[in-house]
Design a protein around this ligand. Structure first.
Ligand code: IVH
Length: 672
């Protein structure tokens, strides 16, 4: 055995212990799980090959690390184990082969469940009453967090129903759903409090509060996935046990499914991988468990994991990479956003080379500098973000470590920059004299949901502004065919096509026009609400703030932005020019009380299968309904797809009827 191998094993062990300490003891992971898993796999492989190198304190021999001293320590009657990982369908085939060989059986039933990315918790019920809850800790001993777990709203304090065993230890995962996490962080940001890196860390931090009143304010939810020590009778299959738990009031995963054979496991994995981004909570893989308890018993355990279960991991949503530099981008409203240039990495299923750093406060909070190794997160279709800096990056590799300096002048036009009272954002004060702002305004104006000018893409907009052909959005309608044809890479045919689509865009709708104006904080839904309320553009632009605030979706800040826009002489000129140049729309007709859904107000939320939310709202309006973007006592019905969160909850609280997509489509069919 070479010295270098011995050294590698020692280094891996020290590294893993360090990372585990940061993760478990300080709730402050310094590397993404994927890096940890990879190092652990390597160490396991080396220890398998050279068993002499295994030491009792190797991280491969431990599940986590010792509990913090502040919480009372509790011993688990049965150790809380970990799971072996699989990273490919080949790994799954190997697992299946090992299982079938040991069982001497061909067909195996597997129970498939999402691997929830949260915190493992054990809850003990005696004669149906919750008496103890503990973290996993090091697997043998955990921390007594009973007071905290009692605050989780979907954890029953008493189990109800037939046959509850006198002693029942339920195990499961505590998570914070994504939408609740976003809300919680937005509130923290507004109050200048600590924001959490991801839902899992937020759940871990919330559960380890010594003051359970704080925990009670956190949106934690529990999902049971197995039992631990039990005195009494339970069914003989894993899925049947979980269903029994559910009958007694415990929450279980609605995605649980029992299948036969390993090919069906692959299908389940693929199906959930496709849904991953739209699920209401983070998952980092799928857990497959042999369903029969007799088979589970026969298979038994290896040191830290059962032989009867495996976790197939999804591609990581957090990985580390190097920050090569920072660019400053100027947006439509002059906001200057620092954008991180990264050594390209594969994360969340795509290669990422840029990530947002949000603003100066965020850079300070992260303590990030150019040259640092950073953790990049890309979950769902959210823009990639830098969530933390990997500690102790002293590699000295290029670029050298250097602080990120926010520009004192606009990087595009050189105008001064300013930060409004109470705002995190720094803005260029150049207005439309700043070509970066002008370009962004035009991109927004021409975009599909606004004026929808086909063929007017980013490159062309850059050229038109840089060549001085367009100085305001109104100038788009003043372009001539010879001017366009003279542009680089623009022939006669394409200039004619572009002119035709500019011409076509003149006929629009009032909501689209209002949205296209790019007033701060006025998105599509607000633009629609404004159009429905005021019916005429003049009425909107003349409205005082108190009337504006009477419109759905409009609060004091949005009202102030609308007034600010309408009072600006330059904006008045541009709007006047646009109308003079022939931009027009048909009169706005509000639901006139006709149609089968007249006098009803609908809210559409969550993800729909058969159409976009916008299309669904259109259908509803065509049947006479009004649509709104938030649920209130006035709402008649809510159409909720998967992933619906706070709106659905509010509707439930208010007792408003909620229909799913299938029911809704059937209803439309009935109405013809
Ligand atoms: S079963 C003996 N099922 O994944 C096996 N675990 O490394 C016990 N996890 O910390 C675990 N979702 O907290 C199981 N549906 C699920 C799970 C799940 C998440 C976590 C668990 C454990 C880790 C395993």
């Amino acid at each position: 055995m070479s010295t270098s191998l011995v050294e590698e094993v020692a280094a891996l062990r020290a590294q893993l212990l360090d990372w585990a300490e940061a993760y478990f003891e300080r709730d402050a992971p310094v590397v993404p799980d994927a890096d940890y898993d990879q190092a652990m796999k390597r160490l396991e492989a080396l220890e398998r090959e050279f068993p002499d190198l295994v030491t009792p304190d190797s991280p491969t021999q431990r599940v986590g690390s010792a509990p913090l001293s502040e919480f009372e320590s509790v011993e688990h009657r049965l150790a809380m184990l970990s799971l072996d990982n699989a990273f490919s369908s080949e790994d799954m085939d190997d697992f299946h082969r090992r299982v079938t060989e040991r069982l001497g059986a061909g067909d195996v039933a597997y129970c498939c469940e999402p691997k929830l990315d949260g915190v493992a918790v054990s809850i003990v019920y005696e004669h149906g009453a919750l008496v103890l809850a503990a973290t996993r800790g090091d697997g043998a001993r955990g921390e007594n967090i009973t007071a905290n777990v009692r605050t989780i709203s979907n954890v029953p304090l008493m189990l109800n129903g037939e046959g509850v065993p006198p002693y029942l230890e339920v195990r499961g995962e505590v998570v914070i759903p994504r939408d609740a996490f976003e809300r919680m962080n937005a509130q923290a940001r507004a109050a200048d409090e600590k924001v959490f890196v991801n839902p899992r860390n937020a759940a871990a931090g919330s559960l380890r509060q010594l003051d359970s009143r704080i925990t009670a304010r956190r949106p934690l939810t529990f999902t049971a996935y197995s039992v631990g020590a039990v005195e009494g009778d339970l069914p003989a299959a894993h899925d049947a046990i979980l269903r029994r738990l559910s009958e007694w009031g415990l929450p279980i995963s609605e995605y649980m499914q029992t299948v036969s054979g390993i090919a069906a496991c692959d299908d389940y994995y693929e199906a959930l991988a496709r849904q991953r981004d739209t699920l209401p909570f983070d998952i980092d893989g799928i857990v497959f468990k042999i369903n029969g308890l007799a088979e589970q018993e026969k298979l038994g355990f290896v040191s830290r994991a059962p032989r009867w279960a495996i976790a197939r991991k999804f591609p990581a949503q957090e990985v580390s990479t190097q920050l090569l530099g920072v660019d400053f981008q100027v947006g439509r409203t002059g906001a200057i956003t620092p954008v991180a240039r990264l050594e390209p990495v594969f994360v969340g299923g795509v290669t990422v080379s840029n990530a947002t750093l949000h603003n100066a406060d965020e850079i300070e909070r992260l303590g990030v500098q150019v040259g640092d190794t950073v953790v990049v997160r890309r979950a769902g279709d959210v823009i990639p973000q830098i969530v933390s800096v990997v500690e102790g990056n002293t590699s000295g590799s290029s670029p050298e470590r250097a602080p990120i300096i926010f520009p004192g002048q606009c990087p595009d036009c050189g105008s001064d920059v300013a930060r409004e009272e109470g705002e995190a954002v720094i803005r260029c004060i150049g207005g439309m004299a700043c070509s970066a702002q002008l370009k962004a305004v035009i991109r927004h104006f021409a975009s599909r949901k606004a004026m929808d000018i086909e063929g007017l893409g980013d490159k062309l907009i850059d050229q038109l502004v840089d060549d001085g052909l367009v100085g305001s959005v109104a100038d788009i309608f003043r372009l001539s065919q010879p001017q366009l044809a003279a542009l680089e890479r623009m022939g006669d045919k394409s200039s004619e096509n572009l002119l035709a689509s500019i011409d076509q865009s003149r006929s629009t709708t009032l909501p689209k026009f209002i949205y296209a104006l790019g007033i701060r904080e006025v998105g599509e839904a607000t633009a629609r609400a404004l159009a429905n309320h005021f019916l005429e553009l003049d009425a909107l632009l003349a409205a005082p703030t108190d009337e504006l605030e009477g419109v759905d979706d409009v609060g004091p800040i949005v009202a102030r932005h609308i007034r600010g826009f309408a009072n600006d002489n330059r904006n008045k000129q541009v709007v006047g020019d646009l109308l003079a140049l022939g931009v027009n729309w048909p009169p706005v007709t509000v639901a006139s009380g006709e149609g089968p859904l007249a006098d009803t107000i609908w809210v559409v939320t969550g993800k729909l299968e058969s159409m976009t939310r916008g299309d669904a709202e259109q259908r509803l309006r065509s049947l006479g309904a009004k649509t709104a973007s938030s649920v209130s006592a006035k709402t008649s019905s809510v159409l909720a797809g998967p992933g619906a969160g706070s709106k659905r909850k509010k509707a439930e609280e208010l007792g408003i009827s909620i229909v799913d997509e299938t029911e809704w489509l059937a209803m439309l069919e009935e109405m013809g």
